[in-house]
Write a protein that binds this ligand. Structure first.
Ligand code: FES
Length: 173
């Protein structure tokens, strides 16, 4: 229960807002951080803490793309394919990313590492194709840069990249 586990943090968040209700978004982020996504239980907990109707949380979770109502991978790759980005090749970029990850949009790789999503304008239209990965922007992308990004994230996640795997197999033999 976030109410018990994060009592101090919740108190700090509530102190920054004039009403309990206005602290709803940070509380949703806290619940999502705890559970990895906003499950029905997580939404109920947030509603309880803020004395809100759970349907209020439900509608906010559905409106904002940074709240996930289904489990997601460790890295959520959100590619903007809104109009300005589409004019700079975002749709082709999404297709390429989907092929590389071997998953369709809105799916997660079997290893739980990557979720691929498309989103509306993120305010970096002049640097398309671009994506947001766990709140970090990656801009002016192309296939090579996407490969590098995946390799970097795999390394960050403690998993050997394809190159490292191939190298280690070669060394073992
Ligand atoms: S349209 Fe993609 S960042 Fe604006």
């Amino acid at each position: 229960m976030i109410a018990e586990k994060y009592a101090k943090e919740i108190e700090g968040i509530l102190a920054r807002f004039p009403t309990k209700k206005s602290a709803v978004l940070p509380l949703m982020h806290l619940a999502q951080h705890e559970y990895g996504y906003l499950s029905d239980e997580a939404k109920r907990e947030v509603a309880e803490v803020l004395d809100l109707d759970p349907t209020h949380i439900l509608s906010l979770a559905g409106f904002y793309s940074l709240y996930y109502e289904e489990p997601v991978g460790k890295y959520v790759l959100e590619i903007c394919n809104d109009l300005a980005c589409a004019l700079r090749g975002a749709d082709e970029f999404v297709e390429m990313a989907s092929k590389k990850l071997e998953i369709p949009v809105d799916a997660t790789t079997p290893d739980g590492l990557f979720t691929l999503k498309t989103v509306m304008c993120l305010g970096a239209c002049d640097r398309a194709p671009m994506l947001q990965c766990n709140l970090r922007f990656e801009e002016n992308l192309d296939e090579d840069k996407f490969d590098q990004l995946l390799a970097r994230l795999r390394t960050e996640a403690g998993e050997p990249s394809v190159v490292e795997k191939i190298t280690s197999y070669a060394i073992r033999e």
